[in-house]
Design a protein around this ligand. Structure first.
Ligand code: MSP
Length: 505
């Protein structure tokens, strides 16, 4: 039976439609999901929306509509955006769905029954934008949120507390013995924060009505962050469908941004420990994008709009750029100039050109029919492809997309060098070189086939075009086998298409 792979994105607030930060996580999740499917895994890719809480309630009030109306409206924009960006998720969960709310209640009931909760009063500061409790630094001074910098609000109300402090030792043990929080620097940060002592966490609100009512005390609503985190298990049948849950859990990778690491790498595993469920295998926090050197903000109006970039460069180029430009886990700058530069040199130049000239020459010299390679076993090109699968697979398993693409582009450049070295146009002049020409063209087409497979997770539309041009149906074999040199049948009829990435000024 195929191995499982369960990957998630954060569920996004429905205050507004998606921006490039959300698109980044979702594209990364889509790429690893597509990659694992290519490798033959039974993949489950979950995304969705976070629709309860004060932040949403206020955003709806500002628009003069109900929170549900706001959510229904904005969720449509997420669906559209993900469709446009070619995101192939397996499930999309909304926290206002009955299937989710039921599980939230069940989790609270289990927490309550296992004596992980107690009733108290929260008096303190709260950041509505981050939906998080803010520690007061200097008594009597109104603090700003350490995460987003906005002023916190005073809040005093009865609420249930989660005995988070109980899980200190188990959390430390988890960080110590598992490669569970990445990158390493993030794990160290979270570990030292936990080691410096945990406070119990308020996990219900009694002053707010836009949330899931607690089953044992309906005057309280679930704290929106706990509500949201539960999506990762509610969507796969926790407490509802034991087989389905056991089949998928623990998640292989929760992909998130670095700003929400505490919720995912400390609060979430502690909650799971409290209800006797294993923590996820990995939480991976990526960095934040700036735009042309500046922090993106509403007031500056300088958000990168994924739709506009896709209009200008194409969806595949946007996906490629986001994953290629910075190592997953690090902060980076979205520079318009760098996008143009990579587009022209790496996509139009290196890859697009290779595909275009290979198929053109196949047309010209062999009437579009792939010849027998003859004696030559692939020479320098086959050699350049030899460790390709192992190298790319290693980087992909580490979620180092940029390294996997680097390695792939080494091969693209090797193929372009091969063209320059073998000079098919010279070979074509001399009938005595016909066999050499056939071998050269076969190996070039084979390189294009291999690239068509390797770029498929990042650039699915371009990969499909490559396969169409090569006259091949979808690949049925798992990637490792499909990449074995010589997989392209001689006699295949190819059809050159338009350039994949037309050059831009
Ligand atoms: N609803 C919570 C997540 C709950 S998950 C159980 C939330 N939602 S969000 O709509 O604010 O989306 C946040 C995601 O977008 C985070 O992973 C965050 O890191 C990411 N980004 C927001 N701005 C970003 C950048 N400028 N750059 C990269 N990612 C950014 O938090």
């Amino acid at each position: 039976m195929a191995e499982n792979y369960y990957v998630t994105t954060p569920i996004y607030y429905v205050t507004d439609g998606p921006h490039v930060g959300n698109a980044y996580t979702t594209i990364a999740a889509d790429v690893i999901a597509r990659y694992k499917r290519l490798c033959g895994y039974d993949v489950h890719f979950l995304t969705g929306t976070d629709e309860h809480g004060l932040k949403i309630k206020r955003a709806a009030e500002e628009k003069g509509i109900s929170p549900r109306e706001l959510a229904d409206d904005v969720v449509g924009r997420f669906h559209e955006a993900w469709k446009r960006l070619n995101i192939r998720y397996d499930d999309f969960i909304r926290t206002t769905e009955e299937r989710h709310e039921r599980v939230v209640q069940e989790v609270y009931r289990r927490l309550h029954e296992s004596d992980a909760l107690y009733l108290g009063e929260y008096k303190g500061w709260y950041c509505v934008s981050c939906e998080s409790f803010v520690k007061e630094e200097t008594e009597g001074v109104k603090p700003n949120c350490p995460e987003c910098g906005r002023p916190a609000e005073w809040n005093a109300e009865p609420c249930y507390f989660f005995r988070m402090s109980r899980y200190e030792a188990r959390l430390l043990d988890w960080y110590e013995n598992n490669d569970c929080v990445r990158p390493e620097t993030r794990r160290n940060e979270v570990r030292s924060r936990v080691a410096s002592g945990l406070r119990d966490l308020a996990i219900s609100r009694s002053s707010l009505d836009w949330g899931v009512p607690l089953p044992f005390d309906p005057a309280h609503r679930a704290y929106v962050w706990v509500d949201a985190l539960i999506n990762y298990v509610s969507a796969i049948g926790y407490s509802d469908d034991g087989d389905r849950f056991a089949h998928r859990w623990p998640a292989d990778a929760h992909l998130i941004g670095k700003d929400i690491i505490w919720f995912h790498a400390a609060i979430w595993p502690a909650l799971l420990m409290a209800i006797g469920v294993e923590p996820p295998k990995m939480v991976f926090a990526h960095g934040w994008w700036t735009h042309n050197g500046e922090k993106m903000s509403k007031s500056k109006g300088n958000f990168v709009n994924p739709d506009e970039v896709a209009d200008e460069y194409g969806v595949d180029a946007l996906r490629y750029f986001l994953l290629r430009e910075l190592p997953f886990g690090q902060d980076g700058d979205f520079r318009d100039a760098s996008l143009l530069q990579r587009y022209n040199s790496e996509l139009a130049g290196d890859l697009g050109n290779l595909v275009f000239r290979t198929l053109s020459m196949m047309d010209r010299y062999f009437g579009g029919v792939v010849p027998e390679p003859g004696g030559e076993p692939g020479g320098s090109l086959a050699e350049a492809a030899r460790t390709l699968y192992d190298d790319v697979n290693g980087w992909m398993n580490e979620l180092q997309f940029s390294r996997a693409l680097d390695r792939t582009w080494e091969f693209v450049r090797a193929a372009n060098r091969y063209v320059e070295e073998r000079k098919p146009w010279e070979l074509a002049k001399n009938p005595a070189d016909r066999n050499d020409l056939a071998a050269t063209m076969y190996h070039l087409a084979e390189a294009v086939r291999i690239l068509g497979l390797l770029i498929a997770p990042t650039m699915p539309a371009s990969a499909a075009s490559v396969r169409r041009q090569l006259g091949l149906a979808d690949e049925a074999r798992a990637l490792r086998d499909a990449l074995a040199w010589g997989g392209l049948p001689a006699g295949t009829r190819v059809t050159r298409g338009e350039p994949l990435f037309p050059k831009k000024d």
